[in-house]
Design a protein. Structure first.
Length: 296
């Protein structure tokens, strides 16, 4: 597969998809739902609400009735939003109401445009990103819809489970064959999921974490050189994490923290592995090579 700047991965019947070890295609089995706020009332409920409103208008001040109606609406919204937060699955923030409150506080300071690359930093080391040596192809199609902060997940365009398992094998194989430089463990950022770590990080992340893969939607988070973040965003492979905004509040993730979308085919898995290699370059300041061919 050529990886020139003008190449686009196209949909085609000849595009290989990840298969299991017996050669049988495995269907996507991921579903992350985000439900809009809605309310279904039967006849008795409509009658009861109408009676309460009529009684309230006659027995209470109009301002009190307005406050009660507004409060009920706010509580319904919070309940629906909290349920959607839980449906994103495990992540770096506890799946509790205090965790939900913390995320909504951080949301006030979140990055408003995740597709706006990081500003250039002349003092950053290594001085240049590694993807300039082999630019990424353009990702085919529209970007997936991404929701949440911690956890942050895509809610459509899921990759297959076998692509996810192949990526796990690739990372685990690197950890076993290059154990002096990298290690495998549970993500330091997410507290869940498989993480790849540098034993001697040049740029501090979270215990030297290079990347971690999500078992829920098969996307991933990783740390990249600012130039490589720009390349990933412009070619459609990912976006900045919402908490990489530049503000006075100390954020729980580095400003280079980037989400990369789940690979949907063998070709996309190869590109994702190239991005992970770039993450290894940023964290350890050393080139890292993944053995992709052995696992697909």
């Amino acid at each position: 597969m050529s990886t020139t700047q003008t190449e686009i991965l196209t949909d085609s019947p000849t595009v290989d998809v990840c298969t299991n070890r017996d050669g049988d295609h495995l269907a996507v089995n991921v579903l992350i739902r985000q439900d809009p706020l809605s309310l279904t009332l039967d006849g008795s409920a409509i009658f009861a609400i109408s009676a309460l409103l009529i009684s309230g208008i006659h027995l209470l001040e109009p301002s009190v009735v307005a406050v009660l109606v507004g409060l009920a609406t706010v509580l319904l919204f919070i309940h629906n939003d909290y349920q959607n937060y839980l449906k994103l699955g495990p992540g770096g923030t506890p799946a509790t109401f205090p965790g939900y409150v913390r995320i909504n506080w951080l949301k006030l300071w979140a990055c408003r445009d995740p597709f706006n690359p990081l500003p250039a930093d002349p003092d950053v080391q290594p001085a240049a990103g590694i993807l300039r040596n082999k630019p990424l192809p353009h990702r085919c199609g529209l970007r997936p819809k991404v929701v949440g902060i911690a956890p942050q997940r895509q809610v459509d365009q899921f990759g297959s489970r076998e692509c996810y398992l192949a990526l796990r094998r690739i990372l685990e194989n690197l950890g076993s064959t290059n154990s002096e430089e990298v290690g495998i463990g549970t993500s330091c950022f997410e507290k869940h999921g498989l993480g790849l770590f540098s034993r001697y990080p040049f740029n501090n992340t979270c215990q030297g974490e290079i990347c971690h893969v999500h078992s829920s939607d098969y996307s991933m988070h990783l740390n990249l050189h600012p130039e490589d973040v720009k390349e990933v965003i412009e070619k459609g492979w990912g976006e900045r994490h919402p908490l990489t905004s530049q503000c006075l509040l100390k954020m729980p993730v580095p400003k280079q923290f980037t989400m990369v979308y789940a690979p949907r085919s063998v070709d996309e898995l190869k590109v994702v592995c190239q991005i992970i290699e770039a993450a290894g370059w940023w964290v350890s300041a050393k080139e890292m090579k993944l053995d992709v061919a052995a696992e697909i």
